[in-house]
Design a protein around this ligand. Structure first.
Ligand SMILES: O=C(CO)[C@@H](O)[C@H](O)COP(=O)(O)O
Ligand SMILES: [Fe+2]
Length: 221
């Protein structure tokens, strides 16, 4: 699988968002973190802003919902023009029904697990999803330290996907940088979210290339 880099705009300048979206045009996806002050202790942005991001972004938009009741709200974000919508295991009541609803709308369906959540419960419904997101920090904030203890889980998931010949991406999110890119790719992740590492760099485009190259050299399926 090709390595994909998804910069998180959580670390962008929200007053210069269009500039900061253009700055990552050599990445593969733009990662948009939606938080509701309930599922996580932080509040970011809602549908009107996601819709405008979808309209101006040079890249497909990957929406990461850290909200309660995604069964109710995820389709609204899909309607904004997202390429993929991710919802959390700990928030949904009917993941298969929601995944099918998103896919029927032409949007990729993704399932996320927090650090203390096991990945095995997803195995029986893996074919309903386009991507699984392994959180490598507790969700809620950018700039946290990468949790290397999530790599065994990532490897178990990649082995299961490979064994069954499925076409499912593995995304990692949290603390990903030029120095952790190889670790996550070696564990089998192919889609790397990076917020502070990308937007904190002096040369944003060069940093994206460096993270991608470091991951590509280490990727193991
Ligand atoms: O979903 C989240 C945080 O909950 C992320 O997408 C962060 O925005 C990643 O930021 P860095 O750890 O890369 O700074
Ligand atoms: Fe995220």
């Amino acid at each position: 699988m090709d390595i994909r880099i998804a910069p998180s705009i959580l670390s962008a300048d929200f007053c210069n968002l269009e500039r900061d979206l253009q700055a990552i045009a050599n990445a593969d996806l733009v990662h948009v973190d939606v938080m509701d002050h309930h599922f996580v202790p932080n509040l970011t942005l809602g549908e009107p802003i996601v819709k405008r991001i979808c309209e101006v972004s040079p890249l497909p938009v990957d929406v990461h919902l850290m909200i309660e009741d995604p069964d109710r709200w995820a389709p609204e974000f899909a309607r904004c023009g997202a390429d993929s919508v991710t919802f959390h295991m700990g928030a949904t009541h009917a993941p298969v029904r929601l995944a099918r609803q998103l896919r029927d709308m032409g949007v990729k369906a993704c399932f996320a697990v927090r650090p203390a959540e096991p990945v095995e419960p997803i195995f029986d419904i893996l074919d309903e999803f386009d991507m699984v997101l392994i959180m490598t920090v507790e969700p809620g904030f950018g700039g946290q330290k990468f949790l290397a203890n999530q790599m065994a889980k990532t490897r178990r998931l990649r082995d299961e996907i490979t064994r069954r010949g499925l076409d499912v991406h593995i995304q990692v999110d949290g603390g990903v940088s030029r120095s952790t890119a190889a670790i996550v790719a070696e564990a089998g992740a192919d889609t790397l979210v990076a917020g502070s590492a990308v937007y904190g760099a002096d040369d944003i485009a060069a940093e994206i290339d460096l993270i991608r190259n470091n991951a590509a050299a280490a990727y193991r399926n």
